[in-house]
Design a protein around this ligand. Structure first.
Ligand code: SF4
Ligand code: SF4
Length: 151
């Protein structure tokens, strides 16, 4: 039986939903909200600092803020709860549900051609699931816990 904690974190394909920028409870959203809160009305100060310090970097603050607002507004509940918002064509979600298995590595058809992933994602999917098969889910989870998703 797969631990519920690991299932809440990893999608059936093995990728980490929890580390995805779009996840409602992920660190990226959480820290973005925190940073927004800490920055307060920095807009006004960015203009002032541009003049005061003569540093044109502060001109870029509106773009930075726009990106931060975007990260802070994401709200995906993860692949096990709703359709993936990034990979709308993902073939794994419906498939693992039909097969009633928690992860692709447990499937007797792995590696299959039903994922609809592009080449890069497909390679990553194979690598992740082969790794889990080799070292076990718990160890894979622990080893990758603190690694960023975007490496
Ligand atoms: S389901 Fe897709 S969009 Fe949602 S958290 Fe997982 S990878 Fe990100
Ligand atoms: S058939 Fe493919 S996509 Fe479906 S559960 Fe098995 S490995 Fe995953």
């Amino acid at each position: 039986m797969t631990s519920e904690r690991i299932k809440a974190s990893l999608a059936p394909c093995g990728l980490s939903c929890e580390k995805c920028f779009a996840h409602v409870d992920g660190d990226i959203r959480r820290y973005s909200l925190k940073l927004k809160e800490k920055l307060g009305n920095f807009d006004i100060y960015a203009e002032r600092f541009e003049t005061l310090l003569g540093d044109p970097i502060f001109k870029k603050y509106p773009d930075f803020k726009e990106m931060l607002d975007y990260f802070a507004s994401e709200n995906c509940k993860g692949c096990r709860n709703e359709q993936c918002k990034l990979f709308k064509n993902c073939g794994v979600r419906g498939c693992h549900q039909k097969k009633q298995i928690d992860f692709c590595y447990q499937c007797d058809e792995f590696p299959c051609d039903r994922t609809n992933f592009d080449t890069g994602l497909y390679k990553g999917w194979i690598m992740i699931n082969e790794k889990i098969k080799k070292i076990g889910l718990e160890e894979f989870y622990e080893k990758n816990r603190s690694r960023p998703r975007y490496v």
